[in-house]
Design a protein around this ligand. Structure first.
Ligand SMILES: [Zn+2]
Length: 212
């Protein structure tokens, strides 16, 4: 569902550009809005959310899909936690569909999906592991890296119930915006994937903006 935001970039309280292969990890307070902007189009933003008060409570794809009765995420979707609490709501979306089934890319999945020699290629899971190691203050470790959201990624379910990774439907300037319903930690890996069309084989930067 396409819903435009009324928020102006000039009114934002925080802006950060995130290169592909880099991560973003910062708190977002209850009531604040977060926009993830696909600057050049066809990028994938692999994203995790945690309760800031207790990071063992975190985003749950399973509870989110069950509560909304839909496997795709878009405006109106309430992201649920592993304790079945509402964490954030998608308040605006100019892309229209986001994936939460395909998972973040990892050296292991690159090996299985593509070729053995892809093992050494940088993957989102590497960026997640670096993020939790460089930000010990959040009290998280490798075990906290679980199932995620792939914003802007097009992963349709086939009639047989399988997953297919298709060309992105995002474009330069498209964005998704969320409002926090609790204090959360946002962890985004801007995907460096070169083997599937999630970012058109050309990883590009994204921008993150926050409003009070
Ligand atoms: Zn990735």
């Amino acid at each position: 569902m396409i819903v435009k935001s009324a928020l102006q970039a000039s009114q934002s309280v925080y802006r950060e550009s995130v290169e592909s292969g880099d991560y973003y990890m910062r708190p977002l307070k209850a009531g604040q809005f977060l926009r993830i902007l696909d600057l050049q189009g066809n990028q994938a933003a692999d994203t995790l959310f945690y309760s800031e008060a207790d990071p063992t409570e975190r985003y749950s794809a399973i509870d989110t899909v069950r509560e909304q009765g839909n496997v795709y995420l878009t405006a109106g979707t309430v992201l649920m936690s592993t304790e079945n609490n509402p964490m954030l709501e998608i308040t605006a979306d100019t892309c229209g569909r986001h994936d939460t089934l395909g998972g973040a890319c990892a050296t292991e999945s690159n090996t299985v999906r593509y070729a053995l020699e892809k093992k050494c290629m940088h993957a989102c899971r590497d960026s997640y592991l670096l993020a939790v190691a460089e930000n010990e203050n959040f009290g998280m470790s490798k075990r906290d890296i679980t199932h995620n959201i792939n914003f802007f990624m097009n992963v349709p379910i086939t009639p047989e119930g399988g997953l297919s990774f298709e060309d992105g439907i995002s474009d330069a300037g498209k964005y998704v915006e969320l409002q926090a319903k609790m204090d959360v930690i946002v962890l985004i890996s801007n995907c460096p994937q070169l083997n599937n069309p999630c970012n058109a084989y050309n990883p590009t930067p994204i921008e993150v903006l926050i409003w009070d």
